[in-house]
Design a protein around this ligand. Structure first.
Ligand code: G4P
Length: 529
């Protein structure tokens, strides 16, 4: 066994995804409580955008402050090193979440028992499904009236396109919620409504037919449970770890995060079944975590909250080997050797300088502008991790310089904000004008505010009618067809920051017409194809 294989096997790096309000923050906090990483409830701040309280950008600054602290929450539980990567639920930040999902080895999906599958859950689960990320579903808020368990399982299968297998089953719900039968551990947990007491109330039940069950929860509830569990076991496939790890089967747990109920069961099962750090594809080969040479990639960049210090924190997921402090590594994109004297590791809400980190870990590196999202670090091998594509933004505006004396500051600011992944920049082929594309309308305000406060530059926006940005791939760049396309559509062509050609279609109709007219040209909705 290699000397650090034990370290790899100890690690579980995952993300929790949900529609806002389903209970992601509450669940995260309860998991941290089990790990002893925090002492009391309320310690983890929600990174939700609260509407109405303050102006939008102040709210985003608040959120940004919190999200530095909660970007990576590490803790130990039963000798397993767990890293939870934070994923914003707000739809305007969906792209941050997509990028973070490139750094997780598995995911827990939280669903509200009353609301069922919601829009953001659908989008995020689709991304996980496309990448075969193993998922566990946690149905939350069982202390409230909600949908019937079978109805929910059905809805999850249909709307999320998953194959589920319940590993726990609720006994009643809302007012009548009595507890949970843990199919995985074969025991009953009774709900007392007292968040501190649930753990003592685990009763081992090897056989659901035992009379003890009737005594515990009453004959009616006991019989209903027997019938339902039998039905569930008849309808749903048996749990199979291989299928789960390949993304083909999703176990489901029920509980109430707020009441700390069903959370320990989830965590105990999670550390048993969830994958250790997984291999990752690069442009030249698949890289395995137990390889001796270090490799890793940047999946997130966080600007310093103090505008006077413009340094940033780049979050690196370690894919293989050991990452060591003060050792020289190759920044593959720009061919530079770099070493880092103070890499940060994350424990609960604290950062600490670490000497060695292992696959699955996230390190935060101080950066003065060398990194952008997707960059790869290695010990010398020229490989690049793929899989952090840009998606077409939803909103587009021209960005203009409002202070001619500060044009340098403006371009530097725009450059760095784009590297952080705040928005995308397109430069029009025809006249060099700059267009900013964002996922949400809020980002325009953020960019304006941050340009002014961090870079001393002022900008204004101008409306521009764009429906979608599509990345252009020509079968043959020398063909008459491609030349014709470039000439006819010159007004709508731009380059993204990587220099890739992008067609900014002004309507669905014109996109369709263009596709029909130029069949040898492909129009992609993401930058990686
Ligand atoms: P999010 O991060 O997914 O957006 O959700 P969050 O944990 O912030 O939870 C959203 C709301 O749902 C919170 O109430 C939280 O207390 C509540 N909640 C979470 N889990 C449960 C549960 O198991 N049962 C019940 N009944 N409620 C639950 P809030 O009023 O919006 O916020 P707060 O004032 O309590 O913080």
């Amino acid at each position: 066994m290699k000397n650090f294989e034990k370290e790899i096997n100890k690690r579980r790096t995952f993300g929790i995804v949900s529609h806002p309000d389903a209970g992601k923050t509450t669940l995260t906090e309860k998991l941290l409580l089990f790990g002893g990483a925090i002492q009391e409830a309320g310690a983890v701040k929600s990174n939700k955008i609260k509407k109405g309280a303050t102006s939008d950008f102040m709210e985003i600054e608040r959120q940004r402050g919190i999200s530095v602290a909660t970007s990576v929450l590490g803790f130990e539980y039963k000798d397993i090193k767990i890293n939870i990567l934070d994923t914003p639920g707000h739809k305007d930040f969906a792209e941050d979440t997509f990028r973070t999902l490139t750094a997780v080895d598995s995911v827990i999906v939280v669903v509200d028992v009353a609301k069922g599958v919601e829009e953001q859950t659908e989008k995020l689960v689709e991304v996980c499904r496309m990448r075969n990320i193993p998922m566990i579903v946690f149905i939350n808020k069982l202390d409230r009236e909600g949908k019937d368990a079978f109805e929910l399982l059905d809805e999850i299968e249909q709307k999320l396109n998953l194959t589920v297998t319940p590993l726990s089953f609720p006994i009643g719900m809302g007012y009548d919620f009595k507890g949970i039968y843990n199919i995985w551990e074969k025991n009953v947990n009774l709900f007392t409504g007292d968040p501190r007491k649930d753990i003592e109330d685990t009763v081992e039940i090897d056989d659901l037919n035992t009379e003890e069950l009737d005594e515990l929860i009453g004959s009616e509830a006991a019989n209903t449970l027997r019938e339902e569990v039998e039905l569930a076991q008849g309808v749903y496939p048996e749990f199979n770890q291989k299928a789960y790890r390949e993304g083909n089967l999703q176990p489901v747990f029920f509980g109430s995060a707020l009441n700390n109920f069903g959370v320990r069961e989830l965590l105990d099962c999670f550390i048993e079944i969830a994958p250790t750090p997984r291999p990752k594809e690069s442009d030249i080969r698949e890289v395995k975590p137990d390889e001796n040479q270090f490799t890793g990639f940047v999946f997130k960049i966080h600007a310093n909250m103090d505008p006077k210090h413009r340094d940033r924190l780049a979050f690196i997921k370690i894919v293989s080997g050991k990452f060591e402090r003060n050792k020289n590594y190759l920044h593959v994109r720009n061919g530079k050797k770099m070493k880092f004297s103070s890499p940060n590791a994350f424990f609960a809400e604290k950062k600490e300088i670490v000497d060695i980190s292992y696959p699955g870990d996230i390190v935060g590196l101080h950066d003065t502008g060398n990194f952008k999202i997707g960059d790869t670090l290695t010990e010398g091998e020229e490989l690049q991790y793929r899989g952090i594509p840009s998606f077409s933004p939803e909103y587009f505006r021209y960005i203009n310089n409002a202070d001619p004396m500060k044009s340098k500051q403006l371009s530097k600011g725009i450059d760095q904000l784009m590297d952080e992944g705040v928005a995308q920049l397109f430069t029009l082929e025809l006249n060099g004008r700059k267009v900013i594309g964002t996922v949400g309308a809020l980002q325009f305000e953020v960019i304006q505010y941050r340009l002014e406060h961090e870079y001393g530059a002022k900008c204004t926006y101008e409306n521009l009618n764009v429906h979608k940005a599509t990345w252009v791939e020509a079968e043959n760049e020398k063909s008459e067809e491609f030349k014709d396309f470039k000439r006819v559509k010159s007004k709508f062509l731009a380059k993204d920051k990587q220099g890739q050609l992008v067609f900014l279609a002004d309507s669905q109709f014109s996109l369709q017409m263009t596709q029909d007219k130029y069949p040898s040209i492909k129009f992609h909705f993401t930058s990686e194809f």
